[in-house]
Design a protein around this ligand. Structure first.
Ligand SMILES: Nc1ncnc2c1ncn2[C@@H]1O[C@H](COP(=O)(O)OP(=O)(O)O)[C@@H](O)[C@H]1O
Ligand SMILES: [Mg+2]
Length: 404
């Protein structure tokens, strides 16, 4: 007679298939904040080796659930179970020690320390004098990263690596601490395409080892590639649990939004409908916009009320400078671009094309630069006002001078 291990999902000979015991489970978990019920009797379960997507609109309760599962918050009601046994995580360290680890978008490691030190932080191999055995630490770190095909010099400071690789290091670290569940909250938001692929291959390796993955992302493509099951939260409640293979995207979106599939489809979410095109005259026209080595002969028209997406490749190509097409375009648009009569940008109805001053933009045009906070943001019209002020002062000084 064989004794089935509680984590094995394989059916025994002649017996009906028994689903594996969830490695981590929440039963009837409720979490309230002043005035808000962030989680309302949530049931959640993830099984060994499974990849589960956690979906929901902003404010649905995803982060709160993750924080309850990882000991950051205590539930007001309900309980957690680890491998079928009731568990309580008084703090994040308790969860981590029990094999529940999280990878956030921002890496919680120490940037100045080496890759190897970060992996073995707090449990470095030591020699008989109690000193860190660097040779062994480097070799162990190397061996660990090799498994995931991550090729970096483990002696290098973590911060000298691309963010994606830093995340992989964080992953390797949590796995080497006997992780049983790895929770990833929007892990790919700042990764380059190639790094996303590496992350996905790491995910499959983890699953092969029986580690469960909980994956939070807004990117539908990723969800369908990485996860096999989904839990959908809406207003703090579980509104759907099921396999992804049999769930069409529009249906998933309609579950998240709480609107019928017909409404979601009619709302234009799935297509650029003709109804989006405005027939009003454009407020901004770019004509044959160019910037040396960056953009070449681009035409754009923006009409009132329109949201125009500037899309482009982001990243490094061997032998080339960092490219960010959208940003180059943005720069060129801010920069005016030309002089009257020359190709450039202008506002129809305001006279001539290309009336902006290079680097100053146009009257009535504001910019919210990426990666900067609102407090640091300065509109182009502010800049322009300052430039004009400086110009007036120069003219005044010049007049003074000529009077003398
Ligand atoms: N620390 C907090 N204090 C008060 N309200 C909170 C707190 N954290 C989350 N909430 C509220 O709980 C709800 C769920 O939030 P959250 O879990 O962050 O959602 P999601 O991650 O799905 O966007 C939201 O209404 C949010 O405003
Ligand atoms: Mg969140």
């Amino acid at each position: 007679m064989t004794i089935e291990s509680p984590t094995s999902g394989a059916p025994l000979d002649g017996e009906a298939t028994t689903p594996a015991v969830p490695v981590l489970e929440a039963r009837g978990v409720t979490k309230r904040f002043a005035g808000v019920t962030a989680l309302d009797s949530v049931d959640f379960a993830v099984r060994p080796g499974e990849s589960l997507a956690l979906m929901g609109e902003n404010g649905a309760g995803k982060s709160t659930l993750i924080k309850v599962l990882t000991g950051v918050y205590q539930p007001d009601d309900g309980e957690l179970l680890l491998g079928g046994v009731p568990a309580k995580f008084a703090r994040p360290l308790d969860a981590r020690r029990n094999g529940v680890s999280t990878i956030y978008q921002e890496v919680n490691l120490i940037p100045l320390m080496s890759v190897a030190q970060n992996i073995f932080l707090g449990r470095e191999p030591r020699n008989r004098f109690g000193l860190i055995n660097f040779a062994r630490m480097y070799a162990d770190a190397r061996g660990l990263l090799d498994v995931y095909g991550i090729d970096v010099d483990v002696r290098r400071p973590l911060r000298s690596l691309a963010l994606g690789i830093q995340q992989m290091v964080a992953l390797a670290r949590s796995v080497s601490i006997n992780a049983r569940v790895v929770i990833m909250d929007e892990p790919t938001s700042s990764l380059e395409a190639r790094e996303v692929e590496t992350l996905f291959s790491v995910v499959s390796l983890l699953r092969e080892q029986g580690i469960a993955i909980v994956y939070v992302s807004h990117r539908m493509d990723e969800i369908y590639r990485v996860a096999e099951r989904v839990i959908v939260l809406r207003d703090g409640r579980v509104v759907h649990v099921g396999g992804l293979a049999e769930l069409p995207r529009v249906e998933l979106i309609s579950l998240m939004l709480g609107r019928s599939v017909e409404k979601v489809t009619r709302g234009g979410t799935t297509a650029f409908g003709g109804s989006h095109a405005s027939s009003a005259p454009p407020v901004l026209v770019a004509d044959d916009l160019s910037r040396k080595h960056q953009i070449d002969g681009i035409d754009i028209q923006i009409r009132p009320g329109e949201v125009v997406g500037l899309g482009g490749l982001l990243g490094k190509i061997p032998g080339m400078k960092n490219i960010n097409m959208a940003r180059n375009l943005q720069k060129a648009m801010k920069g005016g671009g030309g002089f009257p009569g020359m190709p450039g940008m202008g506002m129809p109805g305001m006279g001539m094309p290309g009336m902006g001053f290079p680097g100053m933009g146009f009257p009535g045009m504001g910019a919210a630069p990426s990666g900067e906070s609102l407090t640091k943001m300065k509109t182009l019209s502010d800049k322009e006002r300052n430039a004009k002020k400086a110009q007036r002062k120069r003219e005044k000084d010049a007049r003074k001078k000529s009077r003398r």
